[in-house]
Each structure stands twice: as structure tokens, then as C-alpha cells.
Design a protein around this ligand. Structure first.
Ligand code: ADP
Ligand code: MG
Length: 272
């Protein structure tokens, strides 16, 4: 996402309540993937020859702890592969932590990049219903929101067609519409602010501002640093799975930007 793409929301006076919405305690998340290692890359591409069975272990999140008071808009920043999405998926309850505890008080609604979670063979409306049920609403509650969601997504007759016929932009609009209309106590957004064209972005911005002003609790992963600066009242910087810094947006972002800049100008390519 480029600078011009950034959604600007004026920081509002947050009402942070002395009550924890999300508690992350000593959380570690390790992925174990088994694969067949072949002698050459070409053989690997061709899947030729017999490979040696190997296990790759990735410690995506290492011993991370923090509490999110209700009403906080928490930004999560960090390099690609820092563990942001992994942590978010664990908070959303999609994957379990390998060690540690995550406690979430309230109903979450998750907006992941690329609208994961939709079934391509079902229509948009059917997916909205499933998404609503998964978010903990009753069938009736979802049905009363159908019109509002469809109007917000604004994808016309496509709402009644299987989602495999959607462009990625259309799927993203529906995903955004669904997650915003679930009246979540806690909204989890993973790099999904850049979706849609200018008109939709404006609408999405207004909706987000409404939620921010209503003091919803929000966890926002974004590379759009201006958005993070203007929307969040607290920021966490993840670096290689560890929490490098936590604090006021200005302080964390300035340090992060400086670190990135130093890294780039020094052409240090040891980012693995
Ligand atoms: N499903 C998975 N299986 C194995 N490794 C994964 C999986 N998802 C992510 N990883 C690894 O975990 C690390 C953190 O990834 P991720 O949480 O997606 O980072 P970020 O969202 O900050 O870019 C990376 O090294 C990535 O390769
Ligand atoms: Mg990610």
C-alpha cells in the first residue's frame, strides 16, 4: 500500500475502560512443516527423484505478553514474517498457541487479508449467513442485517452468485461489509484496509471511524503507518516473533521507521 492509499482518521478521544478485552500471556507459536528435500531445485520443481523427509520448524511467535484494555485501538507493525498474522489468528481462535495463554472477553469479528473463510461454491448471501453464524449471531440476527451488508458491499446481483465468480475486489468488499456489521466487541483486522476502489475506501473509512468513535476494541495489522498513527492509541512492534517495543504510536512508529531506514541504507540483508 502506498502513501496515497492510506486511510486518514482523526484520532478521537478514546474511552479506555479499565477492563481487559484481550490478554496474551507468554504466548509461543511454532509451526512444524514436513517436506521432502530433493537434491536440486529443478528436481524439487519437477517433484522428481526421491527426497529426504525433513521437518522445518518456525518459531513464529516467541514469548509475547500484553493486555489490551477495552476500547483500545491497538496497531501491530513489523517486517514481513514477523509473526503478526500468526498472532492475530491465535487471538481469533483459528490456531492454538503452542505455549502460553490467550484470553478474549467478548465477541470477535475477524477481517483477514484476501477474505479467507469464504466458501467459493456458496453465494455471497450464503457466505454472509455462515460468517454471521460463525461470529456467534443467530440466523435471525444475520437476516436482519442482510440488506445493510448487501448495500454496504454494493456488488449488485453478484450477491446471489457463487463467490468463485467474484473479482478479488468484490470478495474483499463483502468480507469488509460482513465483519463491520457483526457488532463485534473486538474487531481484528489483518491488512485489509487497502481493499476496493476510492469510493469504497471512503465508505470503509467512515465505517471504521464510526467504530473507533464508539470505542470499539480493535487490533489492526497494517503497513500503512500513517493510518496506524492516526487511528491507534497504542502500537506493538513485532520483530522476528518477539515484541520489540510497545507504547504510544508516535514513539513506536518513529523508532520503527528509523530502524527500517538504517537497515535499508546500510543494505543489511540478514533479515532471515
Ligand atoms: N501455516 C504456516 N506454516 C508454516 N509456517 C508458517 C505458516 N504461516 C506462517 N508461517 C511462518 O511464520 C512466520 C510468521 O509469519 P506471519 O505470521 O504470516 O508473519 P507476518 O504476518 O508478520 O508477515 C514466517 O516465518 C512464516 O514463514
Ligand atoms: Mg501477515
Amino acid at each position: 500500500m502506498s502513501e496515497e492509499d492510506e486511510v486518514i482518521i482523526t484520532p478521537s478521544q478514546r474511552t479506555v475502560v479499565d477492563e481487559v478485552a484481550v490478554s496474551v500471556q507468554d504466548v509461543c507459536i511454532t509451526y512444524r512443516t514436513t517436506f521432502e528435500k530433493r537434491p536440486t531445485l529443478k528436481q524439487a520443481v519437477m517433484r522428481a527423484g526421491r527426497g529426504k523427509r525433513q521437518v522445518k520448524t518456525v518459531e513464529a511467535v516467541k514469548n509475547v505478553s500484553f493486555d489490551v484494555p477495552r476500547g483500545t485501538v491497538l496497531g501491530i507493525i513489523g517486517h514481513n514474517g514477523a509473526g503478526k498474522s500468526t498472532l492475530m489468528r491465535a487471538i481469533a481462535g483459528i490456531i492454538p498457541p503452542t505455549a502460553g495463554r490467550i484470553e478474549v472477553t467478548g465477541r470477535t469479528s475477524t477481517l483477514l487479508a484476501l477474505g479467507v473463510g469464504f466458501n467459493p461454491d456458496l453465494t455471497g448471501l450464503e457466505n454472509v449467513l455462515l460468517g454471521g453464524l460463525a461470529a456467534g449471531l443467530s440466523k435471525e440476527e444475520v437476516e436482519t442485517r442482510f440488506d445493510e451488508i448487501a448495500a454496504f458491499a454494493d456488488i449488485g446481483d453478484f450477491i446471489e452468485l457463487p463467490m468463485r465468480t467474484y473479482s478479488s475486489g468484490m470478495a474483499a468488499r463483502l468480507a469488509f461489509a460482513v465483519s463491520m456489521h457483526m457488532d463485534p466487541d473486538i474487531l481484528l483486522i489483518d491488512e485489509a484496509l487497502s481493499t476496493g476502489d476510492a469510493a469504497f475506501k471512503e465508505k470503509a473509512t467512515a465505517k471504521l471511524r464510526e467504530l473507533v468513535d464508539n470505542s470499539s476494541t480493535m487490533l489492526l495489522i497494517s503497513h500503512a503507518l500513517a493510518t496506524v498513527r492516526s487511528m491507534c492509541n497504542e502500537v506493538i512492534w513485532l520483530d522476528h516473533g518477539q515484541m520489540k517495543m510497545r507504547g504510544e504510536p508516535d514513539a513506536v512508529l518513529d523508532t520503527y521507521i528509523e530502524a527500517m531506514h538504517v537497515k535499508k541504507t546500510a543494505a543489511v540483508m540478514n533479515d532471515f
